[in-house]
Design a protein around this ligand. Structure first.
Ligand SMILES: [Zn+2]
Length: 119
């Protein structure tokens, strides 16, 4: 099983994925609201938009901009079940369990923290 660092390094090989970055206004938003709030939002998005076996707007459930967690989801290939399947071999059409959801949230938050540190 790959670690968060290994996953993030692998994503660096993708021009599309590395095209996503937090803008200054996103960083300000995160600092003002606190990282715990962002993590809670990430948990909500993953639970409501990625975890269900069936998602009505599958493939389009994650906007390309507008919120730091959305950017993280695209940067980490955790934007839809198709990308999760392609990058992490997560089977589609089966509900994600708590552990899988937590792993995704941890990856998203690691990406966000790296961005906040300018890495
Ligand atoms: Zn996707």
């Amino acid at each position: 099983m790959q670690t968060i660092d290994e996953a993030l390094d692998k994503l660096k090989a993708s021009k599309f994925r590395t095209g996503f970055a937090l803008k200054e206004k996103d960083k300000v938003y995160i600092r003002e609201n606190g990282i715990d709030t962002i993590r809670r939002h990430a948990q909500d998005f993953v639970r409501e938009r990625l975890a269900p076996a069936f998602i009505p707007n599958a493939g389009k459930q994650t906007p390309m901009h507008g919120y730091p967690v959305f950017l993280a989801q695209h940067a980490c290939a955790c934007c839809c079940r198709g990308c999760l399947n392609k990058w992490y071999h997560v089977p589609q059409s089966i509900e994600l369990n708590e552990r899988q959801q937590q792993k995704i949230v941890n990856l998203l938050m690691a990406w966000i923290e790296r961005q906040m540190q300018g890495k």
